[in-house]
Design a protein around this ligand. Structure first.
Ligand code: URA
Length: 260
């Protein structure tokens, strides 16, 4: 609390200032009257709408398959490149990657459709019932996937290396993204002749289906002479079709012997 003495002292000081002509009280803090006036506060704006997320560049599964496949310089590079490829949904449901069997460099390369249950378990193409029939068909014209001699050898793969759920057919997108790998597989295995087994294999290799019309007619796929044939699984269901397949096998044999 101020004392009466303080009061009298301050009042005397004030009177003295008034006598000197002061007309305004002076604050403790100096005021700069030349300073630009402060901006008025901006009116509140409505809350900004949430920013539109920047679109991720869209994945290009076929382009990525092409890049991965063409970067593989050998078959030993191609298998891990395929294993590392993550765009094919079939990969998630399969136990194993089914890459190939037989002898790379064989004169004949067989391209099937997709692994089934046995193939998925053993990570080898054509080892189930259809594969056992295929082995008998090949043996009938002197070919064998386990042959030491290159003249009798065959090399076997599929359009898709992962088993589709419930053995359904691979769809158009799955085939399209696997095609660059199949093309590279053929380039690196360097067969003389490609055999397309069944509709899916014709779809991937020739861009068309209709195996009953296409079978037995030489054409070209993956840059090689190729022969479409009925799939052995079809022959198991329709034994009468074995007659046509026998004719196709003899055609293949004649071509290999140069007598076609
Ligand atoms: N059918 C195919 O097309 N490929 C296999 O590996 C097995 C069955």
């Amino acid at each position: 609390m101020e004392s009466a003495e303080d009061y009298q002292t301050y009042k005397a000081l004030l009177d003295w200032q008034i006598e000197l002509g002061a007309t305004e009280a002076i604050g403790d803090v100096p005021v700069n009257r030349f300073e630009a006036p402060k901006k008025l506060a901006e009116p509140a704006r409505p809350a900004a709408a949430p920013a539109t997320p920047v679109a991720e560049p869209r994945a290009d599964p076929v382009g990525e398959a092409r890049a991965a496949a063409s970067a593989a310089g050998t078959l030993d590079d191609l298998k891990p490149a395929l294993a590392a490829y993550d765009h094919c949904p079939l990969k998630r449901g399969a136990r194993n990657l089914v890459f190939a069997d037989g002898r790379p460099g064989a004169r004949v390369m067989i391209i099937g459709e997709a692994p089934g249950r046995e193939e998925d378990l053993q990570a080898k193409p054509f080892v189930g019932p259809a594969g056992q029939l295929l082995d008998r068909m090949l043996a009938a014209i002197g070919l064998n996937r386990a042959a030491e001699e290159i003249a009798q050898a065959v090399y076997i793969t599929n359009v898709v290396p992962w088993r589709p759920p419930q053995n359904r057919n691979p769809n158009a997108q799955e085939i399209a993204m696997m095609r660059p790998f199949v093309q590279r597989h053929v380039d690196l295995a360097e067969p003389e002749i490609v055999v397309l087994m069944g509709n899916i294999s014709c779809d991937a290799g020739l861009g068309k289906q209709g195996i009953t019309r296409l079978r037995g007619q030489w054409t070209e796929a993956y840059g090689k002479p190729c022969l479409p044939m009925l799939h052995p699984a079809h022959l198991l269901r329709t034994p009468a079709a074995k007659r046509e397949t026998w004719a196709d096998l003899l055609e293949l044999q004649a071509r290999l012997e140069g007598t076609a």
